[in-house]
Design a binder for this molecule. Sequence first.
Ligand SMILES: Nc1ncnc2c1ncn2[C@@H]1O[C@H](COP(=O)(O)OP(=O)(O)OP(=O)(O)O)[C@@H](O)[C@H]1O
Ligand SMILES: [Mg+2]
Length: 283
Amino acid sequence: MESHQHISTEEVVLECKGIGLSYKSEHSEPVEAISNINLSVQRNEIVSVIGPSGCGKSSLLSVISGLQAPTKGHVIHEGKIVTQPSFKRSMVFQQPHLFPWANVYSNIEWGLKRRNVEKKKREEKVKRILSDIGLSKWAKSYPHELSVGMKMRVAVGRALAQHANLLLMDEPFAALDYQTRLLMQKFMLGDASKRTILLVTHSIDEALLADRVIVLSQRPGRIIDEVKVGLVKPIDPTAKKYIQLKTYLANKIQEEVMKSVNDDGSWPSAVRMKDVWKHSPVD
Ligand SMILES: Nc1ncnc2c1ncn2[C@@H]1O[C@H](COP(=O)(O)OP(=O)(O)OP(=O)(O)O)[C@@H](O)[C@H]1O
Ligand SMILES: [Mg+2]
């Protein structure tokens, strides 16, 4: 399929081997966030991760990035076991986490400075990224002067400037308006992307822009399904294959979400998808 053409089948960039993570706390029982995650990602492959809220998606990215040490298993990036964060992996967190003291330009320039890129090259790169994320006019603004969606775009820009060979993104486009989200998806996840990306998303449409979709169970997150997408881009939302994949994944997630209904008392039992949608995926 067209979207697989740029993937090299020989080059595995990332491997997760039996990853488990339990958070320990002084005031409560340990929380097992993820369990036995085995995953490999090839160079230039885009893999999306979907699963119910709280199932451990952000925890998985945090372990892969090296910010959290796994309690079981290990992560291998470019053949080396991950023990700490590295400039070779860039992360876009679920919250923008920008440097509040630096303007948009300097937030993006940061990774280039750390890599000792010379001033002229830094300038070219930052200007190009600012244009790609649609924020050229906001270069001198500070984070507190931006909307949440704008901040998230700066966070994406900062990650891109790092020029890492693995991009970990946690719901990067969730706060964007519909049109901007489409533009950012096209720019980051389009066929010309040539990036190795692990993308956490709640949107099945967005997940289907990847080459592969990994479905996590409710917490502790385990991989319960994996779907090769292989849709030709730009995606035709009326295509039979697209509709089949979307329905299949929506069902899968819904089954998993419903398993946790009332487990923790957070959803009243009366709430059912059927009450919200006329044609629920499980009808
Ligand atoms: N730093 C932490 N300390 C203790 N427990 C944590 C910590 N971070 C996450 N958890 C717990 O781990 C579990 C998984 O959380 P995580 O944020 O990874 O889920 P998620 O799938 O990203 O959720 P969402 O879709 O809502 O972003 C949750 O039960 C959460 O309470
Ligand atoms: Mg999360």
